[in-house]
Design a protein around this ligand. Sequence first.
Ligand SMILES: [Ca+2]
Length: 532
Amino acid sequence: MLKVNIKKERKMKKTIAIVLMALCTFALFAQGGSDAKSSTGDGLTHITMLYNATQTEAGPLPNDWVGYDILKNELGIELEASSLPSSSTDQDSKIQALAAADNLPDFFVANREVWLRLAQQGMLADVTDLYDDMPNRTALMFDADAIAFTTLDDGRSYGFGTPSIITRNEGLVIRKDWLDNLGLEVPTTTEELLEVLRAFTYDDPDGNGKNDTYGYGAFVEETTYEAYPGRRFEPLMGAFGVEGTWNLSKDNAGLQILKPEFYDFMVYLKKIIDEGLIDPNWMAYKKDDFRAAWKQGKFGVWREQNAALHAQNNYTPFDTNFPNGEIIVIDPPVGPTGKSSVGPAVRGLRIWCISAAAQEEGKAEKIAQMFEWMSHGEGYLLCGWGQEGINYVMGENGIPVSTDTELGFEKAKGQQYIQLRSMAFNYASDTELLSRYPVYKAPVSGKEMSALWTLRDMQSRKWTAANGADSMPVPSNDLKTYYQQGLAEFLAGKNELTPSNWAKFIEQLKNMGATEWEQKGIEYAKANSYLR
Ligand SMILES: [Ca+2]
């Protein structure tokens, strides 16, 4: 009892400290007090905002940023913008401290865990009806998955899940020139893929008269949401519905390895291995070896990232080795029960939130207008690239280029003017991506190429939405090792892959903690509304 009290007291002290800290930090916002938050006598709507800076070390958005005047004159908004700390932990504590002090800014960005807590406490505005007020931004960013990411059990959305990274930028790819050499079609099912892998291994697809190629190429690349054998095998796992570490569907949530279909995937992969259809170095390769291997024409089917495949520097060695070579993106193969997927896709969404208080004060529509303005046209350019002629000049294809002056957006001083870039960028538009992935001519073949075209192709294929999969609980080291080694032993033939041996392995896996891990994961996914 005593212990509990001490704990409580400590917690109380901590809360008070946080509140005080928040009050100091937010003296800036506090100057207006709560009454000045609403419309002022000048007819302007005063909006306080907390953003994540593009470059925290470059200094805050300067007061002479022309966007302030435009917002005032065109939208009737008096914006007061402050920057969040750079580390995400500090960002979380800052927002939570402000919430504890009942002093949230009107509009701010948070990660999902903080967002969820605030939403459940009723501190955030219901923004469900605001998507229609932002047609450009909604079309660019808020698809059903993104809206589901910020929707609670009541079916209402409490924030805008906004992209912060390029997603779905990988795909299953194939040597089209090898298919053509052998008179084969693009495989569409697991059975057809098997046929193509056999031909690529045994029918001299490169026509050099040597037995020196394989069908599939891979290496073990694991992430928290792509467990062993990992990312490079996801398109094969997807054919059996066991892509990713976790199944995050409402009706079948749990660890994929514990699903009966995982065994079917293992049988399929074992067949590929036993028939010698995969580059046998897959167990030893690291990323660089794997990439060197396809550039040397070792295998004909693999999963690759758009830029690693088709950006100029990366494609040049392949183009030099195989001027007549061609690598295309294909649909992941369809398995026996009609399933297919490139793999689990996480979105890296950050959530822009309107505080419940701001909504009560009638500011939500104004905030939506501002957010919309930042997503296209003039506002987009101002937030993302700065002012034309000062921070950027418009280059070819409508892509802004940094000016040579100290105010160029790539220079230290100029960077201050693009501190709101994350509010504008969609990580999806041609304007942003063409500057990153320009069109070029391959040096030897002379082919016109762009990693952006490849990206678009990859994004159009079938992925499994897995928002939140990257923050799921992880297994203990012992359990993880047993998981990896157990699968590796089956694949290497050290343990014969039979239904009874598989059942024994799964039994032992559960005994070692897989059951608890799964239970913990399902609870976490439920608590965070990650199940779809
Ligand atoms: Ca050959």
